[in-house]
Design a protein around this ligand. Structure first.
Ligand code: ACO
Length: 323
């Protein structure tokens, strides 16, 4: 059977780092409150000329270099983002153009913080259906551009950045020993829309809008939803937490990450955490965290890795990958 195997990874961050201390001069907050409630110490903020497409293209180039491939080798570009450069065309076609590609096809995927898991599952389906041979799957965001910088309950949480993986269709045996994506479980429930949304859009207000969140409400649902899909991924593959080498969660809040790992009996030594450095970069957070753990040698070929995310919609999902 066809398996979608990870061939390369890359990441890109804006030049500017914003510390918690700097935020103290913008809103009534403190480094102590932010660290204690979220684990975040700093985030990167896009400057002039840095956009979702420019960061996504830089991450894509890094992933191609890491894979030893060129844009000619890619036939699908899939971008998970909620902060596109334009309402249309898709940021994915902008990135395709920046890579000098006029072949293949490109489109965006919008599932907020779960976007990267949705995009990986979609790319996997395209590769297994024979629509494409190799895909660039990119998570790229500039949430700083949709934040209300006077709202301390949200502006301290988010950051900008991009990460990318190259997926390649390869023959597998159909067992858990195969390299590649072994299982994906995606969920959504739109009845939670008001708890986490952007209060503008092309068809409602004709404006871009700002992010609004009932943080406590999101928190209340997060651990249950995350553990639900991870348990589904374990059950569908006959694996358990003991088989796992790494959990790479969406990086929203250290307390949500620790709470989910504890409920699943996954030791914290097996959990990749970058929320302290990047803040919540929504769809970019998983590929950014993967890039850190691959670059420092923690995640190795053959490792069993669980990806998970939960976010606006609500959407949530998990994916089991043999690296
Ligand atoms: N600095 C100082 N005080 C603050 C700040 C701040 N930045 N923000 C809120 N406070 C205050 C509140 O006003 C409140 O004060 P009060 O008690 O006088 O009313 C107090 O701190 C406690 O506020 P809570 O909202 O109860 O704080 P909580 O412990 O729930 O932490 C947080 C807030 C960090 C937002 C948490 O609820 C959370 O992480 N929620 C989940 C967010 C999330 O995971 N989102 C993921 C999806 S993101 C996506 O999909 C785009």
């Amino acid at each position: 059977m066809i398996r979608s195997v990870v061939r390369g990874y890359g990441a890109a961050l804006p030049k500017r780092v914003m510390s918690n201390r700097e935020l103290e001069s913008l809103v009534d907050t403190s480094d102590e409150w932010i660290v204690q409630r979220t684990g975040i110490r700093q985030r990167y903020i896009a400057g002039e000329g840095e956009t979702t497409a420019s960061l996504g293209a830089a991450a894509a180039r890094a992933a191609l270099d890491n894979a030893g491939l060129t844009p000619d080798d890619i036939d699908l570009v899939l971008v998970a983002t909620s902060t596109p450069d334009n309402t249309f065309p898709a940021t994915a076609v902008d990135i395709q153009n920046r890579l000098g590609m006029t072949h293949g096809y490109a489109f965006d995927m919008q599932a907020v913080c779960t976007g990267f898991v949705y995009a990986m599952a979609t790319a996997d389906a395209h590769l297994r259906a024979g629509l494409a041979k190799r895909a660039l799957v990119i998570g790229a965001e500039t949430f700083s551009r949709i934040l209300d910088w006077e709202d301390r309950t949200t502006c301290v949480l988010f950051g900008d950045g991009a990460g990318a993986l190259v997926l390649e269709a390869s023959e597998g045996e159909g067992t858990n020993a195969d390299r590649g994506i072994l299982a994906a479980h995606l969920r959504s429930d739109g009845s939670h829309k008001e708890k986490l949304y952007v209060d503008g859009g092309p068809s409602s207000t004709g404006t871009v809008g700002h992010l609004r969140m009932e943080g406590r409400e999101v928190f209340k649902h997060a651990v249950g939803m995350i553990t639900d899909v991870i348990e589904a991924a374990f059950a569908s593959t006959g694996t358990t937490a003991d088989d796992l080498d790494w959990l790479v969660p969406h990086q929203a809040n250290r307390r949500i990450i620790d709470g989910s790992a504890k409920k699943l009996a996954i030791p914290l030594e097996k959990v990749v955490v970058t929320v302290d450095q990047h803040g919540n970069t929504s769809a970019a957070s998983i590929p950014l965290a993967l890039s850190v753990a691959l670059a420092d040698g923690r995640i190795k070929k053959g490792d069993l890795v669980m990806l998970e995310a939960m976010g606006g919609g609500f959407t949530w999902g998990a994916m089991l990958v043999r690296w």
